[in-house]
Design a protein around this ligand. Structure first.
Ligand SMILES: [Fe+2]
Length: 367
């Protein structure tokens, strides 16, 4: 890709395609000290107040700089490399990380070791790339004192506080308001589908795990939905289209969100799964459509619960599991409370945390 000039018009040329660049697009990007704050890279002017009839009076390319005199009297030298980077209409940093599908045959779970300098290190960058590859990552030896999970979350980005608080304790307790707080097995599910937006990432920090059983389970919703698309396109389609109501009720709040079990992005690619079959309410549809919907939901539930897709592992004290709540389903096997204690702490962060951190580390280490 390169930039060319023809009679004071600026073109980009990909080799097979040549198109004129709108003068206003270039005018918005002027970078003199009076127009752009160098530190924040924020504009010092409001482009919506400019006259739309911006044109180029004179343009010249030298030393990788495009120098332009605009018709409103402004002159600027634009870095051609930077302009070329701006041609992408998607987030190249995050979208260039490969999403690797996995199922029960996935064995080599990459683990990272906590150290005080982790958050600003190259290892943190690797950790986040691994997280985006597989939808989860395990960090060993994370201190457990003073709710360290919150500090961990705030060192990657910011805790996503909910009505459950900054963090929550997962241990069996009397009179629980959620099955998470019993010793029963928990089938694969995603967390909080009734929130808008759903928390993106869940951190679970193992404080104690002395029980037999109590294994953590994970399923890759990306793998399952891609398999379902091949196996039964009609099932896949209706699960992407029908919005069901997810609801949570307690004394202080009623949370409700209408969403599909499989959500796609604008390009019809995988975006998010939601699955919590104790909280979903299917709308009234034609009997024929409901017939298809219930079959489809049953099938995806069978797949999520199948051993073919599930991995199981036991978290040890100080292990911190970071998982993508939009991509993975999580659960646990049952355990006996008489064996000893099982105690995990959990909290949420959002994608802006991981995305912001990964871009920052990429800039810092010049990757
Ligand atoms: Fe959960």
């Amino acid at each position: 890709m390169k930039i060319e000039l023809i009679e004071n018009k600026v073109f980009f040329n990909t080799g097979s395609l040549k198109k004129e660049i709108h003068p206003f697009w270039l005018r918005e990007r002027i970078n003199g000290d009076e127009y752009l704050d160098k530190k924040t890279q924020q504009r010092l002017f409001d482009p919506t107040t400019l006259n739309n009839n911006i044109s180029i009076k004179k343009a010249n390319i030298s030393n990788n700089l495009l120098e332009i005199d605009f018709n409103d009297g402004v002159n600027s030298k634009l870095d051609i490399e930077k302009l070329l980077q701006d041609f992408s209409s998607e987030d190249v940093v995050i979208n260039s990380i490969e999403k690797i599908k996995w199922n029960s045959t996935f064995k080599n779970i990459k683990k990272f070791e906590y150290k005080e300098t982790l958050f600003e290190s190259k290892e943190m960058y690797d950790l986040l790339v691994t997280f985006y590859n597989y939808g989860f990552v395990i960090i060993k030896n994370v201190p457990t004192e003073d709710n360290f999970i919150v500090k961990f979350a705030n060192s990657v980005g910011s805790v996503r506080r909910t009505n459950f608080g900054e963090y929550f304790d997962v241990k069996s307790k009397p009179d629980p308001n959620d099955l998470a707080y019993t010793s029963l097995a928990l089938a694969p599910h995603t967390d909080n589908p009734y929130r808008n937006p759903v928390p993106c990432i869940q951190l679970l920090h193992c404080i104690e795990n002395e029980v037999k059983g109590g294994f953590s389970t994970l399923v890759d919703g990306f793998t399952v939905t891609e398999d379902l698309k091949k196996e039964n396109p009609d099932f896949y389609k209706i699960l992407t289209e029908v919005k069901v109501k997810f609801k949570f009720i307690d004394n202080e709040v009623i949370l409700e969100s209408w969403s599909s079990l499989i959500e796609l992005d604008n390009e019809k690619n995988f975006k998010q799964v939601r699955f919590s079959p104790r909280l979903d309410f299917v709308p009234i549809l034609d009997k024929k459509n409901l017939d298809l919907y219930y079959k489809a939901r049953k099938r995806i539930s069978e797949m999520y619960n199948s051993e073919k897709y599930r991995i199981e592992f036991k978290l040890s004290p100080k292990d911190l599991l970071m998982m993508d709540n939009y991509r993975l389903l999580h659960g646990r096997t049952s355990y006996e409370t008489k064996d000893g204690k099982r105690f995990l702490k959990g909290c949420y962060i959002d994608y802006d945390s991981t995305e912001g951190k990964i871009r920052h580390l990429k800039r810092k280490f010049n990757f």
